[in-house]
Every structure is written in C-alpha cells, then in structure tokens.
Ligand binder design. Structure first.
Ligand code: C5P
Length: 219
C-alpha cells in the first residue's frame, strides 16, 4: 500500500478527535481535524460581526482567511485559537456556518489538498462520503449514545472551569447532530463502505485497538 488514508466521521462527541489523534501517533501519520477548521471560520465570522446572510462579505472574508493546523494547534490568521474555538458560543453556531455552501467549498478544497500527498487520518462529518470518498482506504463511522457523548463533553468543559450543565450539553449535541444530518450539502451520514464502531462503554484504548486491527486488514 502506498498512502494510508483513514476517514473518520460521526456525530458530536463520539470521540473522533481523541481516537484519531491516538491512531495518528501510533501509526506515525498526520491527523487533520476538519471540525476545528469549521470552528475557526465560525470564530472569524462572529468576530467580523458579519450578517450570516451577507454572502458577498462572507466570500470576501473567506478569500483572505488563513487557517493553519500545526502540531495539534489551530491558528487563525496567525493567532493560536485552539482553546477559543472549543467554547460553547462557537459550538452553538458552528453548524449554521458549516451549512453555508461558500464555507464548505473553501474548506473541502483545503482539506483535499492537505491529504493529497501524505498518509493521514482525517475526522469530520463528510470525510468518507465526500472529502476523501475515493481516496480513503479505510472509513470508520464512530458513534456512541447521546448520554455518553454528553457526559464526555461535560467533563471536558468542567475540567476547563466552565459553568455548564449536562442537560445543556446533551441538548446542544442533539441540536447540532440534527442540523448536521439534515443540511442540504454533504450532511452527516455513514458512508456505505464505512465500518460502524460504537464506542459506548468502551475505553479509548479499546477503540484504538479495534481501528488499528481494521487498518491491518486493508488489502
Ligand atoms: O468535530 P467538531 O464537533 O469540532 O465539528 C464542529 C462542527 O463542524 C460540526 O458540528 C459540523 O457542523 C461541522 N463540520 C462539518 N463537516 C466536517 C467537520 C465538521 O460540517 N467535516
């Protein structure tokens, strides 16, 4: 096999980034977090105070935006925004931004370029069905129960010192999934050729091992 190209999709909080990062480290390949890119665009648009219906201004902003993923950090126009983009005020608006055709066109083009020459594991919502539909040699659809996904996010945010409730987090996750699954362009869904991995009740190590085994089976 020449390049190893792994696509990981699934709903919010299924553990995609934790698992993908661990696999990237183990296999010594690059991890690309596409959700972080949609979050960075959301931060940019909110900071710019642009009306989400104002396509001309959004197009202009997108033509100048600089998003960079490097060593686990996310840079927006040179600024490290890795922490900021995880804040609830971004999570609650990102799906609206990710549904904009102009935004998806721009980010998908960058994502395909990033994955075109090296071995990668890329996670998101439309990686197996769109971004790397033809390139991926392994597609995984990662999921878990809403309660478990909510609990994981809740713990993460609490550890960061944020005042949140489990109910709010579960509601946000469900809303985001509904939005991501029902948008017109490249909605979240399992690719026909993706392997379904349910992480409910499993440890990170168990899931990592399960996927590494799948990598070993690639013909
Ligand atoms: O993965 P994460 O939860 O950080 O993604 C944030 C949001 O970005 C998702 O809820 C979705 O709206 C959007 N997204 C997307 N396509 C991707 C990755 C993320 O629409 N490939």
């Amino acid at each position: 096999m020449n390049r190893l190209v792994i696509a990981v999709d699934g709903p919010a909080g299924a553990g995609k980034s934790t698992i993908s990062k661990a696999i990237a480290k183990r296999l010594n390949i690059e991890y690309i977090d596409t959700g972080a890119m949609y979050r960075a665009v959301t931060l940019k648009l909110l900071r710019s105070n642009v009306d989400f219906d104002d396509e001309a201004s959004i197009k202009d902003i997108l033509s100048k935006i600089d998003i960079n993923l490097s060593e686990g950090k996310v840079y927006l126009d040179g600024e490290d925004v890795s922490e900021e983009i995880r804040m609830p005020y971004i999570s609650s608006r990102v799906s609206e931004v990710a549904a904009m055709p102009l935004v998806r066109e721009k980010l998908v083009e960058i994502q395909r370029k990033m994955a075109s020459t090296k071995s990668v594991i890329m996670d998101g919502r439309d990686i197996g069905t769109n971004v790397l539909r033809d390139e991926a040699n392994l597609k995984v659809y990662l999921t878990a129960s809403v309660r478990e996904r909510g609990n994981r996010r809740y713990k993460e945010l609490k550890e960061k010192g944020l005042e949140v409730t489990l109910e709010d987090i579960c509601r946000e996750i469900e809303n985001r999934d509904k939005y991501d699954m029902s948008r017109e362009i490249n909605p979240l869904c399992k690719a026909e050729d993706a392997v379904l991995v349910d992480t409910t009740g499993k440890s990170i190590e168990q899931v990592v091992q399960e996927i590494i085994r799948l990598v070993g089976n690639i013909g």
